[in-house]
Design a protein around this ligand. Structure first.
Ligand code: NI
Length: 407
């Protein structure tokens, strides 16, 4: 089924549709055989096979099964733009009932990275055909280990950003209308840190708490106080979300345990709020524990930083994308998404942006009712991948045509 995007005929989008069949085929192949983390040999082999014969300069990773493919334009020197697609799946069961559902136990492409990889291959194929008119270089970054392993950091260490002037990525979104492209300058996604707090008192008999130091009410007080701390000290226009998602203490009804553990996640959309909250968590925990004669430890495991889209690049790329898919299909996201992304590390080094591609399947007229990314029932409208290919191609060709000038 073709989607009428309202874009001009003879457009980049029409060209992208010509690659849709093979891109869907690759996406389904990846979906059938998902792999986890930074070691994705089968996925890497599929990407290398799909890029074979395109005349790209290809290097593979050492610390991880990445693929970096450079397309050198035939129209002379120019800037380098990087396009990124992540390749890893999630450790979870799949319950979509799709004919090409995962054949690997407890492993599913539930974040659409199969589509990201396939769309980027499609873009590489399409741009290769236009090589003679390109001045500069397009670098395709096929990245393992996005789901928690920070594969982007390994690839940066191995030189993926060397000589790169700008970077662009697309993430599919089943909860956005299909074929719409969504952008946001500044913070687009949150930082994500994990915290674990252990409150230690003195164990004893539950009938004589005065002969013990009970850590449980202290831990409960900390849970409440952390919420007060966030609402009373964090600017609502530069927010943080702190959720205690795990509380663990005790073994039975008549024993006061020695310790209580609480754990959760902290999200923020600016590094300043993120760091300020780290300090306040420690202040609240230490103060409350001390008030009750307990001791406490706070461990904060730093996750991905805030994904910040470069404002100038975002404005420029929005125009470029509008030229490709039509202005009526390009919308601004009113607020950041509180999930996190390791493309954030790339955007800390070079100007660029991550945009979102609506892929809500047609059976859900209301995208908010469609299973989201990371759902065991997440499905996407594969036809929208033509828009994704076109967006990658449109951004890359416009960037090289502009000689890298984005203002
Ligand atoms: Ni993802």
């Amino acid at each position: 089924m073709a989607i009428d995007t309202g874009a001009p005929s003879g457009s980049v989008l029409d060209g992208a549709r010509g690659f849709l069949g093979e891109v869907i085929e690759l996406r389904r192949e990846l979906h059938l055989h998902p792999e986890l983390g930074t070691d994705l040999p089968r996925t890497q082999a599929a990407v290398l096979a799909a890029l074979d014969g395109l005349g790209l300069e290809i290097t593979t990773g050492t610390a991880l099964t990445s693929v970096v493919a450079d397309l050198r334009g035939g129209a002379g020197d120019g800037p380098t733009i990087l396009l990124r697609g992540d390749m890893d799946a999630l450790p979870m069961p799949e319950d979509t009932g799709l004919p090409f559902a995962s054949t690997v136990d407890n492993t599913m492409h539930a974040c659409g990275h199969d589509a990201h990889t396939a769309m980027l291959v499609g873009a590489a194929r399409m741009l290769s055909e236009q090589r003679d008119s390109l001045a500069g270089r397009v670098r395709f970054m096929f990245q393992p280990g996005e789901e928690g392993d920070g594969g982007a950091v390994d690839m940066i260490d191995e030189g993926v950003l060397d000589g790169v002037d700008a970077a662009f990525a697309l993430h599919v979104a089943p909860n956005m209308f299909s074929d719409f492209v969504v952008h946001r300058a500044g913070a687009a996604m949150a930082s994500a840190d994990e915290l674990e707090i252990v409150v230690t008192g003195r164990g004893g008999h539950a009938s004589t708490p005065h002969w013990a130091t009970d850590p449980i009410p202290v831990a409960c007080e900390i849970v409440g106080a952390l919420q007060s701390m966030v609402t009373r000290t964090v600017n609502v226009f530069d927010p943080a979300v702190l959720t205690i998602a795990k509380v663990q203490a005790g073994t039975t009804t008549n024993v006061i345990p020695e310790s209580a553990t609480i754990a959760g996640t902290l999200r923020a959309v600016s590094e300043s709020t993120r760091h300020a909250v780290w300090g306040r968590i420690r202040q609240v925990v230490d103060g409350i524990a001390a008030a009750h004669g307990c001791s406490a430890t706070v461990q904060i495991d730093e996750g991905y930083p805030v994904t910040v889209n470069h404002p100038g690049f975002t404005a420029w790329a929005t125009d470029a994308v509008e030229d490709v898919v039509g202005a009526d299909r390009v919308v601004e996201m009113p607020s950041p998404i509180m999930g996190a992304e390791d493309f954030s590390y790339v955007l800390q080094k070079v100007p660029g942006a991550m945009f979102f591609l609506g892929v809500c399947p047609p059976e859900h007229p209301n995208p908010f009712e469609a299973p989201a990314c990371h759902s065991n029932r997440m499905v996407l409208n594969e036809e929208a991948m033509a828009t994704g290919i076109a967006v990658h191609v449109g951004v890359a060709t416009a960037y090289l045509a502009a000689g890298g000038r984005i203002d």
